[in-house]
Ligand binder design. Structure first.
Ligand code: ADE
Length: 426
């Protein structure tokens, strides 16, 4: 599919006149997404998704647009809504609706009513397959639209936070269809979460504040793949990194990586920049905020805006005012100011452009191939959370390496036998 066709019949976007800009942005990203492009070419030839209704609820970015083009090329009847009200790129949404025939429901900065109405519009499509980043469509199908559960062949879920919710649903025996946990593919979390979140989080903090990172004490809460990436990139820019963790293994990993490990209550008074990446709530609480230095920056890189206690921040403030775009200054009674970035939502998607296309290439290759896989196994996938098949993971790694011009060694027959045998003297 190429740009240049008529607008889709259905959409709700800010302004279709932004479509040209959106096409340029989508094409720029596409140049850095060779694995997805190869899948798109094959899908266009083989049409494995022919006639299937797909509803996607993802961040509406240039990278996502290239995934939508891929599903469309495969023959799917696809619609898209936003998984987050602040990450939508309005030009991309316009291009999808006006040039790529993908009904798109997303407006940057939309309020709750519009946000949820847009998710409903995606569910109105009566999907046979769903793609989520935070389990929102799956949530609606299991609550307000249970009568549609039977239509759904399978779903995919992109984030760690969404997968945690889905595993809880599986445990409680309420999951209505199989879900493929894209986040669990190695070619997803090892790259998107670590290098993608690492780079884009620092990018978000810098674009929002124009602050020098070198010499700052950067406190990273959570040392999962995202936290590791943020810590690594902050250290690379000369920050003194402190890690806060609840998991002893991860804390140990951080310590042996040479990072300082402290509980939040001891990091709070000394940090300059805080970044949460835990997936849980109330990580930075009122008692921590009360101890922070004048000028402290507060950012979140986890899926939801609950990691920093925003009601607590408002409660201890005597005033609040925008300091710059994406930065709100909160004044405490003694005159100190704490600066909240991106309203405590995903700083990398709100203040920057999210993970770069070079890693989203692998994430969305996993999405596209997982959808194809689910259709190739109708009825045989149980109503559980499934990993991405190892063969898909390996194929994506091979394609990515090839696109980078990197060759690797092969095992000789003898080496393969040696690895396969318990009697190593043979
Ligand atoms: N999640 C994180 N970064 C993203 C991006 N660039 N596009 C879509 N989803 C994302």
């Amino acid at each position: 599919m190429s740009a240049g066709r008529g607008p889709s019949r259905r959409h709700d976007v800010r302004d279709l006149a932004l479509a040209d800009e959106g096409v340029r942005r989508i094409e720029w990203a596409d140049r850095q997404m060779p694995v997805l492009a190869a899948i798109r070419d094959r899908f266009a030839r083989e049409r494995p998704l022919r006639g299937r209704r797909i509803s996607a609820c993802l961040h509406v970015t240039a990278e996502t647009a290239n995934l939508m083009r891929t599903l469309y090329a495969g023959g799917a009847d696809v619609v898209l809504c936003a998984s987050n009200p602040l990450s939508t790129q309005d030009d991309v949404a316009a291009a999808l609706a006006a040039r790529y025939e993908v009904p798109t429901y997303a407006i940057r900065g939309e309020l709750d009513d519009s946000f949820y109405a847009h998710i409903d519009a995606a569910v109105d499509h009566r999907p046979q397959l769903t793609l989520d980043d935070g389990a929102d469509v799956i949530g609606v199908l299991h609550t307000h639209r249970r009568e549609q559960l039977g239509d759904v062949i399978a779903a995919t879920e992109q984030t760690a936070t969404g997968v945690i919710r889905l595993r809880a649903m599986e445990r409680d025996g309420v999951l209505g269809f199989p879900v493929i946990a894209v986040n669990e593919a190695q070619t997803k979390h090892l790259f998107d979460n670590r290098y993608g979140t690492g780079q884009s989080t620092l990018d978000g903090v810098i674009r929002a504040t124009d602050m020098l990172i070198a010499g700052k004490r950067v406190v990273v809460a959570g040392y999962g793949w995202c936290g590791k990436g943020v810590a690594q990139r902050a250290r690379g820019m000369g920050a003194r990194v402190i890690v806060c963790e609840v998991d002893p293994l991860r804390a140990l990993e951080a310590a042996l990586e040479g990072l300082e490990v402290l509980p939040m209550e001891r990091a709070a008074p000394i940090g300059d920049i805080f970044c949460t990446a835990t997936g849980d709530r109330d990580v930075i609480r009122r008692e921590h905020l009360e101890q922070m230095k004048d000028g402290t920056l507060l950012a979140n890189s986890g899926h939801s805006n609950v990691e920093i206690d925003l009601p607590g921040l408002r409660a201890i403030s005597v005033g609040a005012a925008p300091a710059r775009e994406h930065v709100e200054g909160f004044r405490l009674a003694d005159g100190r100011r704490l600066y909240l970035l991106s309203d405590g939502r995903l700083v990398n998607l709100e203040s920057a452009e999210g993970q770069p296309p070079g890693v989203m290439d692998m994430t969305f290759a996993n999405q596209a191939l997982s959808v194809e896989y689910a259709l190739q196994h109708p009825g045989s996938l149980e109503r559980r959370v499934h990993g991405v098949p190892a063969a898909i993971d390996a194929e994506i790694a091979r394609l990515k390496l090839a696109s980078m011009g990197i060759e690797i060694d092969r095992l000789s027959e003898l080496q393969a036998q040696y690895l396969d045998s318990w009697d190593t003297r043979r």
